[in-house]
Design a protein. Structure first.
Lengths: 267, 299
């Protein structure tokens, strides 16, 4: 026989019925979310291990080759793959809402004080943390493999890759609210690969055919790739690149917001 | 404070889905501390009513109040908690993590270890949810509902899909936890559960309350009782004229009286007639349930 706890009826305190602060958003919940994400082998494979291996395959053989401004080609590959790692990380973390909707967890959450906005904030924070980890891991692999660039390039490129990956956190949420499927990342993964190619993350956009180069300028990774490599190449950021990023950020952001509103509206 | 308000007050709740009226002007008042079974066949509108009670669905007409406030406010303050059929769980979290995560959404909760213990799942706290049985997952949902120490607990078909043992364990956990003052409303289509665990039964059919009372009252309401006696030469018309009598049948020396007031009939037979071998048979809840929930017009 197990000993049962004293019945609740005997207690004298009344439950605290105040509303939670910040709509129920908490660092404690964020910590559990992160632990959950980092326990997922598929996520780790696609966001941390695969980009690192890509670098060893495509970056390392560049050896001492340099760009026009004398900086290492290896760093160019490393930064590009860091952008890729971050976009896969933020997309999969944002896209997790698809799984949670499919499982009915979002319905379970509606029986708690957690506000929908606080839920989204937790998802975005989780996505951005995972994105940051993905970039740091890629940079560590690069540094260990011998990439040597000035401190401000590490910092600015990393920062640019991280901030711009917010576009894909929004993309993940957008897809997550569009398709309530548990395995949403299985078909999003290849899409991300294609977008990364157009964004010049696997090979410079200049190596694509002229038609594809023209198409590439309109795809969502183009702007963030250019922005993240700018501190290294010193080329600056084109108007097209900035317009590209702003456009896609707005599109995915507004799309995710609208679908999210539709999802949380009562029927 | 809240004690002056009913735990639940539903007023003319109505909800239609296309041409189907799921809930049809349903009104119900539940006082604090009552344990109420919401009993009805599938499709009676139980789940839709509960969704509106909890603020998950918007009524087309009518209002739902919990302890004098709106359902949304009651949920946000942890006054009400629910175990629903549709509430999903994250398969990759452990049982303990699920409770911890949910606890973070509230201002204040009972300790995680305590609710795990009360729900009877303390021994599987480290198990991943995806590897838990249906019954264990249901007790996890119950643990989540216990976190805010709610004044009102709503359970929608809580033991559906459980085996006999799982059902027993679940009700044991619920009963063990029942504290003075906590109101419990559970929907079920298991008659024995309503009979065994509720103080009051609300029978619903086609989105309306068709009967409301104690278990004994409900049983009486539909079929009443039958009083049988040996009475040679019984006067059928005289017996049928007695108050509370629904039907009288004479079979040779036996007489069968279907009545809502079996005590009065038995007393009459024994004191005013030569009747002997008096037997009173009660109809069970299933008879009442069938009588009240079957569409009489056959539509």
């Amino acid at each position: 026989m197990t000993t049962l706890p004293a019945p609740a009826a005997t207690r004298t305190d009344q439950p605290d019925r105040r509303l939670p602060a910040l709509g129920g958003f908490s660092l404690g919940a964020l910590r559990i979310e992160l632990r959950r994400v980092l326990r997922n082998r598929r996520t780790l494979a696609f966001t941390l291990i695969m980009p690192g291996v890509f670098f060893l395959i495509f970056g390392l053989p560049q050896g001492d080759k340099t760009l026009d401004n004398g900086r290492p080609v290896m760093a160019y590959v490393m930064i590009s793959l860091a952008v890729y790692a971050a976009m896969v990380a933020t997309t999969s973390a944002g896209g997790a809402v698809a799984t949670e909707r499919a499982l009915g967890w979002s319905r379970q959450l509606r029986l708690t004080p957690l506000r929908p906005v606080a839920y989204i904030a937790t998802k975005v924070a989780t996505a951005m943390t995972l994105g940051l980890i993905a970039i740091v891991v890629e940079f560590l692999v690069g540094a260990a493999a011998g990439v040597r660039i000035p401190a401000h390039v590490w910092l600015l490129s990393g920062l640019a890759a991280w901030v711009s990956s917010l576009v894909f956190a929004a993309f993940g949420l957008f897809i997550g609210y569009l398709v309530p499927a548990e395995n949403v990342m299985q078909f999003i993964g290849p899409v991300l690969g294609v977008l990364a190619t157009f964004g010049g993350l696997f090979l410079p956009v200049e190596l694509l055919s002229e038609v594809l180069q023209r198409v590439a300028k309109f795809t969502p990774v183009y702007g963030m790739g250019e922005l993240s490599r700018a501190p290294l190449t010193g080329d600056g950021v084109s108007v097209v690149g900035v317009a590209n990023m702003v456009f896609w950020a707005l599109l995915f952001g507004i799309g995710a917001t609208r679908l999210f509103r539709r999802d949380t509206a009562r029927v | 404070m809240t004690s002056t308000h009913p735990a639940v007050e539903l007023n003319g709740l109505t909800k239609t889905f296309g041409a189907v009226t799921a809930v049809d002007g349903l009104s119900l008042r539940v006082e604090p501390g009552e344990v109420v079974a919401f009993l009805g066949p599938n499709g009676a509108g139980k789940t839709t009513t509960i969704d509106m009670l909890l603020g998950l669905a918007r009524p087309d007409a009518g209002t739902a109040r919990i302890l004098g406030g709106t359902p949304d406010d009651a949920v946000a303050r942890g006054r009400v908690a629910a175990v629903l059929q549709t509430g999903g769980l994250l398969k990759d979290l452990t049982v303990g993590e699920t409770v911890q995560l949910t606890a973070h959404f509230y201002r204040h909760t009972r300790p995680v270890a305590e609710v795990l213990e009360r729900a009877g799942i303390a021994d599987i706290a480290d198990r991943v949810v995806g590897r838990c049985s249906g019954g264990q997952q249901q007790r996890l949902r119950f643990a989540l509902a216990l976190l805010p120490d709610p004044d009102l607990m709503v359970l929608d078909e809580p033991t559906t899909g459980m085996d006999v043992e799982g059902r027993r364990d679940f009700w044991q956990a619920l009963r063990r936890d029942a504290r003075a003052g906590r109101t419990i409303i559970f929907a079920t289509h298991y008659l024995d559960e309503a009979d065994a665990y509720a103080d009051r039964i609300v029978l619903v059919r086609q989105g309306r309350v068709v009967a409301d009372g104690t278990t004994a009252e409900i049983k009486n309401l539909a079929a009443g009782r039958t009083v049988r006696a040996t009475l040679p030469g019984a006067e059928q018309a005289a017996l049928a004229a007695l108050p509370g009598v629904d039907a009288v049948e004479v079979r040779g020396d036996s007489v069968l009286v279907r009545t809502r007031d079996s005590d009065a009939i038995a007393r009459h037979l024994l004191t005013r007639t030569a009747a002997r071998d008096v037997e009173v048979t009660s109809h069970n809840l299933e008879d009442a349930f069938l009588a009240l929930t079957t569409e009489r017009t056959g539509a």
